[in-house]
Design a protein around this ligand. Sequence first.
Ligand SMILES: [Fe+2]
Length: 280
Amino acid sequence: MATHGNNEVDDKGEGGTREHRHAVERRAEPGAVSPLWAGPGEGLIVPGYRRDHEKVDPPGDFPAYRGTISRHPKRPLVPIPDMLTEVTGPLLGEDRVGESDHDLTVDAAGGEAQGQKMLLHGRVLDGDGRPIRNTLVEIWQANAAGRYWHAWDNHPAPLDPHFEGVGRCMTDDQGRYRFITIRPGSYPWGNHFNAWRPAHIHFSLFGRAFTQRLVTQMYFPGDPMFDHDPIFNSVREAADRARLIANFDWEATTPEWALGYRFDIVLRGRESTPFEEQDS
Ligand SMILES: [Fe+2]
């Protein structure tokens, strides 16, 4: 899975200085018997997470996508070892997600959004195929006419007063998520002459650790804009781009109501697996 996130973390807080935590944390060894506490005098065992293959993610500097020119790092990245901060957060309670937050098609007053309804679902898994349970999935998107509910969007397409275009839900025990929304329209974005984005939905996934955090975009099969979009093509390998495209799902398509799409998402797996037996 390609990611537009980064590995840089705020290393303040979490009880102590980095130097102090270096003293009590160490990387797990294969075959470690205890998930977090190795025993008296041994300190904490902290499982690491695999780094993404460098060719999967878009490069920081991709000239065809003009915005990257001014916002990519100019110096080499400094790898930071996974420590307590990176493998224990974020923690979010289910009570922060409302019962209808997954349904973008109806607003608080009961008004109904315009457009082709779609049921968007999938699973969130880690790189070892294990479901990521009880984790926050957030989406945001343009409306059916290709207009965002955002002050900076001046695309002369109509706003939908009943569609804000943001939703969130928690995954279940199988790592499944489900949204009811409308299919977004393409929109112009000014990157170059006649620049239009393929229809897409933005995703944010928290995973179980900061090092699993992923922000990405989901596309629709057969979109005619694929060949003309530098953001989509900043993911350089065709096989990697294919994993950004949802599958039309006939089974999830509901008569007289909505088309179904499935989009499974894979986050980083763990380098070492001291939790394997308890978390399988
Ligand atoms: Fe967008």
